[in-house]
Design a binder for this molecule. Structure first.
Ligand SMILES: [Mg+2]
Length: 184
């Protein structure tokens, strides 16, 4: 069973990292609690006036490489590997790629180790990658292959709950969800 695992919002805590920086840099500006986030793209909920400020934070050097792992993500990825799943990390960089692509690799090396660097797939279109399962926090992952070659299992986050009808998991529940697939 080949599994693609998304990075931002699945392995790395993009939302938590953003909120911390937002509150540091704009202490008087309104903010949205993580549990109240309802849109996949942060700027869609923070409003048009905030859009350039949101972009500034996420494009800042050190933002991507400095994100904390989502709790349980590192041990889950290693456990999936040990359980015999063929695991790849699959990430779509921002079009403003200058910091984020190299910082994603840095993040993997730092938190997962060098062996995972070779299992990183960077693509704008995840439907082109052949696998059985994609674990991703984006509510709908589309591309040129329609239907996609994999089952999208949603990594559960407050901002993707409107997406119904797909299986969901978190790093607390992945074993129960995925082991059903291999009959274990
Ligand atoms: Mg993501």
């Amino acid at each position: 069973v080949r599994i693609l695992v998304d990075m931002d919002g699945v392995l790395s805590d993009y939302e938590g990292g953003f909120l911390r920086r937002w509150r540091d840099e704009y202490p008087d500006a309104p903010f949205v609690r993580l549990s109240d986030r309802t849109t996949f793209y942060i700027a869609d909920q923070y409003g048009e006036d905030a859009r350039p400020l949101v972009r500034r934070i996420v494009l800042e050097p050190g933002f991507i490489s400095g994100l904390q792992p989502i709790h349980g993500s590192v041990s889950a990825l290693n456990a999936m590997d040990l359980a015999g799943f063929e695991v790849y990390i699959c990430s779509s960089p921002l079009s403003e790629y200058r910091n984020c692509v190299s910082e994603k690799y840095e993040w993997i090396e730092k938190h997962l180790g060098g062996s995972w660097v070779d299992r990183m797939i960077v693509t704008k279109d995840k439907t082109l990658i052949k696998a059985d399962i994609l674990i991703d926090d984006k509510p709908s992952v589309c591309g040129v292959e329609d239907p996609p070659p994999w089952e999208h299992i949603v990594y559960d986050q407050p901002y993707n709950r409107q997406e119904v009808g797909k299986r969901r998991l978190t790093w607390n529940t992945w074993e129960a969800v995925l082991m059903a697939d291999v009959g274990a």
